[in-house]
Ligand binder design. Sequence first.
Ligand code: COA
Length: 415
Amino acid sequence: MSKALDGVRILDFTHVQSGPTCTQLLAWMGADVVKVERVGSGDITRGQLRDIPDVDSLYFTMLNHNKRSITIDTKNPNGKAVLEALVKRCDVLVENFAPGVLDRMGLTWERIQSLNPRMIVASVKGFGPGPYEDCKVYENVAQCAGGSASTTGFDDGPPLVTGAQIGDSGTGLHLALGIVAALYQRITTGRGQQVLAAMQDGVLNLCRVKLRDQQRLDRLHVMEEYPQFPNGSFGEAVPRAGNASGGGQPGWILKCKGWETDPNAYIYFITQAPVWEDICKVIGEEGWITDPDYATPKARLPRLMQIFARIEEWTKTKTKFEAMDILNKHDIPCGPILSMKEIANEPSLRKTGTVVEVDHPTRGKYLTVGNPIKMSDSPTEVTRSPLLGEHTEEILVELGYTKDQVATLRAEGAI
Ligand code: COA
């Protein structure tokens, strides 16, 4: 079956996480992704957080499926010539080097344009133009600078980073969208363009509701759905909201049966207004259906924590899965707190290809997260990540190099 991005050639100059997540998505959609790596060592993540000695780490393998790997020393003149041959041949160059690195390699936007005016150059950087534009950035720096950390955690605790890699993988996702849009625009303009996704911007985009709340706070000086209401105090900036819902329907995480020993025996419970009557019946508080202190969403706001404490008395008598079964019968929105172990073993996620088992020549079988985007006419088959330089010769031959020339390049360390 054909794939959405069949025929698109990606020069993948990415490393670590943010860029590789982007190019992996493009590969899953059918693009030919050629990953350029340093001679001898490759992407630094190949050797980071290893669980098996001398074998590509899960960090690397889980971010680089469906790609080909070529090693090039871009500081060697003949290596640079290979790189430029790839620039001429590819549609998109994706990179997430520190600011200035690509220019220092001689690959300025002007140089790339002169080699290939149709080339799209897509970059992840930590920050866009401004005071921090020259800074190197990793995931948690972006979470902190993009408004996530200051709004995550509990009111009486420090700022918190989240487990979801919204700075790296989140920005990679943003960049992928920019790339496919630029490819689409190129159909009519015939020109490439520069695409920039800054990690601070990507995180802020995902924290959009908190900038909404900042402006509500500026105007109203209080936010009634936050746990600080009505007894706590509000300062000038959006406070950390614990597990409160970011939307208009109050929610909280509640203990379930077994919470004393199982750190994930919890459920997220949403007191959605249209099912308030059902909630009252399920927990045995029928009086709250008509009691003016509880009957309307507005009346409930000042007593949300007390309401959740009462609901928790009920959820503590059920496992999170029993509670799910009962609540879903009443259309009460809720969600179990699933551990990674539970997710790894969930049959429905295996069935949809969201969790996939992959075989690797030196590592053996391992689990990965497949393509979260499902397309009816462009199905994803997850194939293993490449070994370092596995496709160097194959790609050079495609570029027109003879086997002798490849041997010479190898002997001088250019590839
Ligand atoms: N051959 C020769 N040299 C190569 C090479 C190759 N194939 N590939 C990379 N290099 C060199 C570069 O030319 C650069 O050298 P220079 O500084 O002398 O010009 C050098 O490797 C280092 O690149 P850099 O990007 O600075 O790596 P780093 O390990 O120091 O920093 C980051 C890593 C992630 C902090 C940085 O790349 C960054 O801030 N990236 C943008 C934001 C980002 O994506 N962050 C999230 C990462 S998950």
